[in-house]
Write a protein that binds this ligand. Structure first.
Ligand SMILES: Cc1cc2nc3c(=O)[nH]c(=O)nc-3n(C[C@H](O)[C@H](O)[C@H](O)COP(=O)(O)O)c2cc1C
Length: 195
């Protein structure tokens, strides 16, 4: 199963890009799941270390429903709006809170694969920096990363929204990068025979 996580609090450009990716993957025959931060109650990790006892996270909020999906997924698509040249606080909180999974099983993400989507209001607003944060998270948790490759989708999908949904829909280069990255993920998953 491919799990798409949307780090935007709005139903706008990031959600659009991620859902478009999931639709394309669905058409390729993959099982997909969507989880969005919009409307969710997401607490910060408080470093209380409760999770180190292996019984999960003590913070009983909407991230609890995400834990089994994160553990079960074969592939991830973390999609974030660019906030101050970085991932959104919502996506960062999900990353930090996933510590509860590793405390239970340090290898829980091993053999998973991930791609990244970042949507910024400016053309060069920090999309690649946000993607780099996602890639760093993938690397340190044992997820290996794919992109669509050189000539346009170097690190994944960088989308320029001009701060509107319409802007993202008009960003042909960004959407091409999205398609290429998704295609690469699909090809890989088919090669390793994961639905
Ligand atoms: C707090 C905040 C910080 C932002 N910082 C950046 C930024 O550093 N670079 C950028 O390109 N856009 C920035 N933006 C604009 C958003 O990335 C852009 O509007 C994006 O489309 C939002 O995603 P959404 O349409 O899914 O809500 C910022 C927006 C907010 C609310």
């Amino acid at each position: 199963m491919i799990l798409g996580i949307c780090g935007s609090p709005r139903s706008q450009a990031t959600e659009y890009a991620l859902k478009r990716a999931l639709v394309l993957l669905g058409k390729e025959g993959h099982e997909v799941e969507y989880w969005g931060a919009r409307g969710k109650n997401i607490g910060f990790c408080t470093h209380c270390d409760y999770c180190l006892n292996g019984e999960g996270c003590i913070v009983k909020d909407d991230v609890q429903e995400l834990y089994p999906l994160l553990a079960e997924a074969d592939a991830f698509i973390f999609a974030t709006p660019v906030y101050n040249g970085a991932v959104s606080a919502q996506i960062k909180a999900v990353m930090d809170r996933s510590r509860a999974l590793f405390a239970k099983n340090p290898g829980v993400f091993h053999d998973k694969v991930g791609i990244a989507i970042a949507v910024g209001g400016d053309r060069s607003g920090g999309q690649e920096l946000a993607i780099q944060q996602i890639i760093t998270y993938y690397t340190l948790t044992g997820v290996f990363t794919l992109s669509g490759g050189a000539f346009g989708s170097n690190l994944g999908a960088s989308i320029w929204s001009k701060d509107t949904l319409e802007g993202a829909k008009d960003d042909e280069e960004g959407l091409k990068a999205l398609r290429r990255t998704v295609k690469r993920l699909s090809k890989y998953l088919k090669e390793v025979e994961v639905k």
